[in-house]
Design a protein around this ligand. Structure first.
Ligand SMILES: Nc1ncnc2c1ncn2[C@@H]1O[C@H](COP(=O)(O)OP(=O)(O)O)[C@@H](O)[C@H]1O
Ligand SMILES: [Mg+2]
Length: 270
């Protein structure tokens, strides 16, 4: 059953008349992963921000984005904030900027859970400790006492994922969550998201410019270029039978990149 359906989503900058999103439509069912792929500036982040009402006032959004039958583009601020807080959580590229440098990680995670889940401090603490362990952090009580700058990018990203999972939303939107991480940590975080999706039945929108990651993680893929929908379908279909030149180009470049990478590894080993 689909519970998020985006229909003819468009967005224009009223100051310049520039069309930033042009007639986008897609759906997501429970426990599905949609990968949104496209090069930098193609409108990936704007697509999810537009549907969640997170854009500047000069950006005019049309179309519909219904979540459980309610069009989020028509909801008042309070209802929309409730959806964003409890039902749809976002994980960003730069986990560091999501935390306040002046407070410990523990203080911030626990406070967020107290507020969003209406929990007492003790319960919030127990819940976040369990979730931090689930996402593979070790020595959790010590981690809680640290300040954001004392943790690595990978650890901060795990904290973000832990808080999203603790809230148990219907959808997690991960906007290039691994771009700032090194290759090994990237792989671990993707593996983690994959497991969480299967374990907890949370739907995932995974935004990336990396086709390989999308191929591993997603059920459906949505390819964007310059604000337009270039291709949309199951991962198998789009990767095996790409319809348009842009997708073919992306797949070709991806193949070339991994070929070069494999060659390099072979050379190292020989
Ligand atoms: N606040 C803004 N006001 C107007 N245009 C913006 C704003 N932020 C981004 N844009 C434009 O929207 C387009 C899509 O941006 P974005 O969705 O961030 O791309 P992506 O996430 O695919 O890299 C870009 O061309 C960018 O210039
Ligand atoms: Mg972006």
């Amino acid at each position: 059953m689909e519970f998020l359906a985006v229909n003819s989503l468009s967005m224009k900058d009223v100051r310049t008349e520039a069309v930033i999103l042009d007639n986008l439509s897609f759906t997501i069912g429970k426990n599905e992963c949609l990968g949104i792929v496209g090069e930098s500036g193609s409108g990936k982040s704007m697509t999810v921000k537009a549907m969640l009402g997170l854009v500047n006032p000069w950006l005019h959004v049309t179309g519909s984005a219904s979540f459980n039958g309610k069009d989020m583009l028509q909801l008042d601020d309070k209802s929309l904030r409730n959806i964003r807080g409890r039902h749809i959580c976002m994980i960003f590229q730069d986990a560091m900027s999501a935390f306040n440098p002046l407070y410990t990680i523990g203080y911030q995670l626990i406070e967020t859970l107290e507020e969003k889940m209406h929990l007492a401090k003790k319960e919030a603490r127990q819940l976040i400790i369990a979730e931090l362990e689930r996402v593979g952090l070790r020595q959790v009580p010590q981690v809680l006492q640290k300040y954001p700058h004392q943790l690595s990018g990978g650890m901060l990203q795990r904290c973000m994922i832990a808080i999203a999972v603790a809230i148990k939303p219907d959808i997690i939107i991960a906007d290039e969550p691994t771009t700032a991480l090194d290759a090994i940590t990237q792989g671990e975080v993707i593996h983690l998201l994959h497991n969480l999706k299967d374990e907890l039945g949370i739907a995932l929108i995974f935004i990336s410019h990396d086709l390989g990651v999308i191929q591993d993680l997603a059920d459906h893929v949505f390819v964007m270029q310059e604000g337009k929908q270039m291709e949309y379908g199951t991962v198998e279909k789009v990767f095996k039978y790409p319809k348009n030149d842009y997708t073919k180009y992306l797949i070709q470049t991806r193949k070339k990149l991994s070929y070069t990478f494999e060659q390099a590894i072979r050379k190292d080993n020989s």
